[in-house]
Design a protein around this ligand. Structure first.
Ligand SMILES: *Cc1c(COP(=O)(O)O)cnc(C)c1O
Length: 347
């Protein structure tokens, strides 16, 4: 089997660039637990206003960011409302229940989004037989929905309704910068609508470790106790924050390239007989291979010997994600490999 050369499994597969490694090597550091790391402090002071928030906290992972938000917002028996495809609901090991004792009520809607009317039906009336609706979660971009960008108007309508009902609102903005670059809308205009926001540095931004949780100062103060309890307080974390600062300087605008590459991939795949491609907003391309007669797992297994990998997201649904380590040439090469696997499957 040849080595994996084109990894479209996820935008988490990036390796730090030489320039990012240099920034890491040069980082000034201190004790993060005591707010003494100058590079972490610099990152937090820069990111909070960028997200339209008062304060921020540096964390080792996005899951910890989402779950600390849940832990601060919710009590046992509270209900979180999220889209049925949401990361927080599906891919965090049941943490809302395991850690916060909260349950999740899932709502549906096309492409990972939902609207105000759908949210309205999911909000519980005040009644002691019912769980207490407490937190509304919006994922920007909606990953499993197709890397979908929430339109600002639809997002605003959902947030306003939640507030009318006294609910807290949290943005899972793992790929917020993709949404911002794709829409031309400043990140703060999306993120500033929310009580709390998480942004990831290890997806399209290409850092090896790092997530941000932002909100009001009182929220961040409360969040620190959970960060401590969960073991998320760090020491010389400036070497990680330096990579994130580097990513803010050099890896945000270039997300447009990933989006162009995803569009190219989508167009080329759509032209192949046996493949159906879902709409593409950002760097995520979902496609169906049922026309090949193969399952998604079989199809992916046949890509591997050619050095190509996608992700399996259903019996016949695959996901390909473009990122920093995937060039336009690599996309075209990937299409060639898919074409060959298709014709071999049919012949
Ligand atoms: C990756 C991701 C997370 C979790 O981040 P980790 O750093 O993997 O813990 C949360 N939400 C979304 C939408 C993600 O893509």
């Amino acid at each position: 089997m040849s080595a994996l050369r084109i990894d479209l499994y996820s935008d988490t597969k990036t390796r730090p660039t030489a320039a990012m490694r240099q920034a890491i090597a040069n980082a000034e550091v201190g004790d993060e637990q005591h707010n003494e790391d100058p590079t972490v402090t610099r990152l937090l002071e820069r990111i909070a206003p960028l997200l339209g928030q008062e304060a921020a906290m540096f964390l080792p992972s996005g899951t910890m960011a989402n779950e600390i938000a849940v832990l601060v917002h919710c009590r046992q028996g509270d209900e979180i409302i999220s889209h049925e495809t949401a990361h927080l609901f599906n891919f965090e090991g049941g943490a809302p229940a395991a850690l916060a004792g909260a349950m999740v009520s899932k709502v549906s809607g096309p492409r990972g989004l939902y609207d105000r009317a759908t949210l309205e039906r999911a909000i519980r009336p005040d009644n002691r037989y019912l769980p207490r609706s407490r937190l509304v979660v919006v994922e920007q971009t909606a990953n499993i929905g197709g890397g979908t960008v929430w339109p600002l108007e639809q997002m605003t309508a959902v947030v306003e309704l939640a507030r009318e009902h006294g609910l807290a609102v949290h943005m899972d903005g793992a790929r917020l910068m993709n949404a911002s670059v794709a829409s031309g809308i400043e990140p703060a205009r999306f993120a500033g609508l929310f009580d709390t926001v998480y942004l990831d540095f290890t997806k399209g931004l290409g850092a090896p470790v790092g997530a941000i949780l932002a909100g009001r100062k009182t929220f961040i103060d409360a969040a620190w106790r959970w960060k401590q309890r969960l073991g998320g307080s760090m020491r010389q974390a400036g070497i990680l924050a330096a990579a994130c600062l580097h990513a803010l300087d050099y890896h945000v605008d270039r997300l447009a390239e990933d989006h162009e590459n995803a569009q190219l991939l989508a167009r080329e795949l759509a032209a192949l007989d046996g493949i159906t491609v879902e709409p593409v907003d950002t760097n995520i391309v979902f496609f169906d291979v049922s026309g090949s007669g193969l399952s998604a797992a079989e199809f992916n297994a046949r890509l591997l010997p050619h050095g190509l990998r996608a992700g399996i997201h259903g019996p016949t649904r695959l996901r390909a994600v473009t990122h920093l380590d995937v060039s336009r040439e690599a996309v075209l090469e990937a299409v060639g490999i898919v074409r060959n696997v298709l014709s071999a499957a049919k012949g």
